[in-house]
Design a protein around this ligand. Structure first.
Ligand SMILES: [Ca+2]
Length: 254
């Protein structure tokens, strides 16, 4: 019996070491991805007056975004780069008017000449079906403050700030966009060559919080007419317009 047990223990060891074996390092690379908040092509400064359409001053105080299902594309082949991340551009510990650039490293990504990247803005349905208590502390989806109990949805994006609609020098209009619900999840494909061939690769992803407000017809979203998202989960007009704008404000730099 003792012999049998040690045999089992030995085979367990063998399986363990087989799983531990690393992929051939010449075939894979680590990919560093950094996200940056921009406004009109420049680094976004929070709590700082910026100019919106028609020279309306506005500023931003809170900017967060969930992304999921990020794939590198090679023809019809898809290589998963990111399952889900929470991007907080305005953490409380950011200094002064600086916005943060959340950064992540993804290990052992297959080398190759990729043709583009797919990004999901918000959470795909089987992630949004979950709730913070389903996850261990530290997981991007464990954040209670990013979940809307009444809607059974995470808040995919938070964009909060103030605008000076009458341009009299005081920011009188609160802008509060909390976007969520499955219907607002927005997937987009960015076609551009991305080569992963050396042991380390950097991708910078800029999210421009002015360009996201450009609508499909080229006009700018009317933030003064619609300064807040609807509190009725059946009315996703504003949230959808904003979430669908994220691809227009996203640029991948390598
Ligand atoms: Ca004003």
């Amino acid at each position: 019996m003792r012999k049998l047990l040690s045999l089992i223990a030995l085979s367990g060891l063998f399986i363990f070491s087989a799983c531990e074996e690393k992929t051939d390092p010449s075939l894979v690379s680590d990919v560093d991805v950094r996200f940056h908040a921009q406004y009109d092509g420049q680094e976004l400064k929070k709590s700082t007056n910026l100019l919106y359409e028609n020279s309306v001053p506005l500023n931003f105080e809170i900017l967060t975004l969930y992304i999921s299902d990020v794939f590198l594309l090679k023809g019809t082949e898809k290589v998963k780069l990111i399952d889900v991340e929470y991007l907080d551009f305005t953490p409380t510990d950011a200094q002064g008017s600086s916005t943060a650039s959340p950064a992540f490293t993804y290990r052992d990504i297959p080398n190759g000449e990729y043709t583009g990247i797919q990004i999901g803005f918000g959470l795909r349905r089987n992630l949004n079906d979950k709730k913070p208590s389903d996850f261990a502390a530290g997981h991007p989806l464990a954040r209670e403050n990013e979940y809307w109990l009444g809607w059974n949805s995470y808040i995919f994006a938070k964009i909060q700030g103030k605008a000076d609609g009458d341009k009299n020098g005081s920011l009188e209009t609160g802008i509060i966009y909390h976007c969520g619900a499955d219907g607002t999840y927005t997937e987009a494909t960015f076609t551009q060559p991305i080569t992963i061939s050396d042991s380390r690769k950097s991708l910078d992803i800029n999210i421009d919080f002015k360009k996201i407000f450009r609508q499909a017809d080229g006009s700018m979203f009317d933030i003064l007419a619609n300064p807040i998202t609807h509190s009725n989960p059946n009315n996703l007009t504003v949230a959808t317009a904003i979430m669908q704008g994220f691809p227009r404000g996203t640029e991948i730099v390598q």
